[in-house]
Design a protein around this ligand. Structure first.
Ligand code: AOF
Ligand code: ZN
Length: 361
């Protein structure tokens, strides 16, 4: 199952409203076991991983054990249910890594398998299925994406300095980790202040992973993003959305012409952000990384809409003019430490919200 989960990671961030699932088909047991088929949910979400693995295995699927990271589906989409496909191929046993709460599945996949005489084992992880299903679960349970807030904070507690000049806070290794994290997200969001200060690209620029850049979203109530910014100029290549109160204005027309999508936004308070998040699944966004700046970070924290905080503490010193990091980031309350690692001079910590993905949160 661990190998199937690693396989599933390949398409995280690329399967739109579908979760990325991994399937391994195995013949034999113990030391004689060998993998006869591998599958991961295809880019765009179809075909499902079971079909890919069955195709890969061909006749060798007969009598095999399938390790599937999510309950095989029971509904008719572009193809019939995966549970039926596994049964038709003569698979003998199915080990399942997580229940599928999709109302069209929700135990029906397991029922189909059992009815077909297949031995089913539920290997559900305690405490939910975590990554890579958190975005999918968040959409189903709360109708909004899973939200990761990422902040780099200097030794003297600053996230940047006012003015046009960009200050480097985190080091090269941590920055590459951020790019790797972007590759696994459906969307990445910044406030217009950050877009004005940094003129960022917000893409994944790791060699070989450039095509995995997520959708970019700029929260820009007054439509201040320059038409000459790199975000607008590259909107034709990397999908870019601007969330603004002026989506219906004439001022929005040139942005549309440049290839940007405009999303109506009422304002910056909790209900407005909540409405914006609820819109996101409709454009295939189940996981979102908020990359700053401090105003947007504060608004998300204040609204209680952050599920994970990624905090990069660096040794850099910004000095007197530094913009202070939001209090809720430096001492996250209601979050527990999930990961701590050192990257060069930087300390990378990840904080998981205690009740992330519960229907109320
Ligand atoms: C599987 N195997 O690899 C995946 C599954 O829109 P559809 O018809 O593709 O169905 C989407 C649902 O299928 C999704 O909500 C989830 O329940 C399931 N995803 N199921 O058997 C897979 N990715
Ligand atoms: Zn399926």
């Amino acid at each position: 199952m661990a190998a199937a989960r690693r396989l599933s990671l390949r398409h995280v961030g690329l399967t739109a409203e579908n979760p990325s699932v991994g399937t391994l088909l195995v013949q034999g047991e113990g030391g004689d076991a060998r993998i006869v088929g591998r599958g991961v949910t295809a880019i765009t979400g179809r075909p499902h991983s079971e079909r890919v693995a069955l195709e890969d295995a061909g006749a060798a699927a007969r009598g095999a054990t399938a390790y599937v990271t999510l309950e095989p589906c029971a509904h008719h989409g572009r193809t019939g249910p995966c549970a039926d496909a596994l049964a038709a191929a003569g698979v003998a046993r199915v080990v399942i890594g997580a229940a599928d709460p999709d109302p069209r599945v929700d135990g029906r996949g397991i029922a189909i398998l059992r009815k077909a005489g297949i031995v089913v084992r539920e290997l559900f992880e305690a405490g939910g299925s975590g990554r890579p299903f958190e975005g999918f679960l968040s959409r189903l349970r709360r109708g909004r994406p899973h939200v990761t807030l990422k902040m780099a904070v200097s030794a003297d507690g600053a996230v940047g300095r006012p003015g046009p000049e960009r200050v480097g806070i985190s080091g090269a290794v941590a920055n590459r980790q951020v790019h790797l994290m972007r590759a696994g997200m459906d969307a990445i969001m910044v406030g217009v202040g950050t877009a004005l200060a940094d003129d960022p690209m917000l893409t994944c620029r790791l060699p070989g992973l450039e095509a995995r850049s997520p959708i970019r979203i700029v929260v820009d109530p007054q439509l201040r993003l320059p038409l000459g910014s790199r975000l607008v100029r590259t909107a034709v290549d990397v999908p870019t959305l601007i969330a603004t109160t002026r989506a219906a204005d004439a001022a929005a027309v040139p942005y549309r012409r440049a290839g940007c999508g405009l999303v109506p936004l009422e304002g910056y308070d909790a209900d407005d952000l909540r409405a914006l998040l609820r819109f996101m699944p409709s454009v295939g966004v189940q996981s979102l990384m908020v990359e700053g700046g401090p105003a947007l970070a504060n608004a998300f924290l204040w609204a209680g809409l952050v599920d994970r905080i990624v905090l990069v503490r660096s040794a850099a010193v910004v000095g007197d003019l530094g913009i202070a990091a939001p209090e809720g980031v430096l001492a996250p309350r209601g979050f527990r430490l999930g990961r701590r690692e050192r990257f060069g001079a930087d300390v990378w910590t990840e904080w998981e919200r205690d009740d992330a993905c519960s229907p109320e949160s």
